[in-house]
Design a protein around this ligand. Sequence first.
Ligand SMILES: NC(=O)c1ccc[n+]([C@@H]2O[C@H](COP(=O)([O-])OP(=O)(O)OC[C@H]3O[C@@H](n4cnc5c(N)ncnc54)[C@H](OP(=O)(O)O)[C@@H]3O)[C@@H](O)[C@H]2O)c1
Length: 287
Amino acid sequence: MLHNGLAMPIVGLGTWEVNKSPECEEVIEHAIDIGYLHIDTAFIYYNEKLIGTKLQEIYGKTNIKRENLFITSKLPPTKVHSEEMIRETFFQSLSDLQTDYVDCYLIHWPGTSKLKVNSDQNRINRLATWRALENLYREGKAKSIGVSNFTLKHMNELLEDIKSRDNGIIPHVNQIEYHPLLYKTHKELEKLCKENNIVIQAYSPLAHGELMTGKYGEVTSRECLQWILQKGHVILPRSVKRNHMEDNFKAVTDFAAGIIDDQTRLSRLDSLVSDEVRVCWDPEQIA
Ligand SMILES: NC(=O)c1ccc[n+]([C@@H]2O[C@H](COP(=O)([O-])OP(=O)(O)OC[C@H]3O[C@@H](n4cnc5c(N)ncnc54)[C@H](OP(=O)(O)O)[C@@H]3O)[C@@H](O)[C@H]2O)c1
């Protein structure tokens, strides 16, 4: 549950690069059929048109309606130069997804494309972008708003700015890379998010599948996902394979029903590596 009372399913289907797979035509249909009601996409995944088209087909032939789904999209770092540009990008996503609103809209990245990472303009743009998202939220076009890849520093600065205003809106979500190879880094950030009732969404929860290669011993996708759920975070596993989507979904329904893997095996994921491993982009250097 988000701090505005909106319910968000604890598992969402990750869709990064899904449009590049041979299975892309069936992924959304399989996911909904299995029970996924939460879809994570972004302007820069270039799959919003595909998802929008597939969802229209699904609404036409099943009992699933738009209001049953939780759809997240994200504003890319190339489109944060003005409120006009932000709104144009947002409404393009709505049009591609064939919907009047998104359930969650995130600032994808704390920096601005083409700016030097140490430029203070990154911070200035970030704070202004947040105000533009607040307006979309107030208009009901985004049912919740949040950030992604915001570190402790970025989050502290944003919260300070929000709390200095009468009508500021605390983010509902921070979506970050989170899995057994990268989580100690986030300890203070997790604490800050908890204090402010900000839900953490764990992206790349399987570290792009790296965790199941045998490189870190025998680790299953189910263990990774249940390990993250135990930390109290939402998970966004990506798969284009129906059997993997089913396994991942069952890890969640079992978790909700209290059917959890052996605790000793789960706890060993706490110490798989001494030096943390990041599989995605690193926001730490962004001023
Ligand atoms: N905000 C951001 O900056 C950001 C960045 C990265 C990702 N994300 C979001 O998070 C989502 C997930 O992260 P991700 O795409 O990086 O990767 P991921 O979910 O950590 O891993 C995906 C990989 O794991 C494999 N896999 C999935 N389930 C499996 C299973 N049960 N057994 C074996 N292999 C399995 C998939 O292969 P198959 O397809 O063959 O199953 C795929 O190769 C993204 O799709 C995106 O929505 C957000």
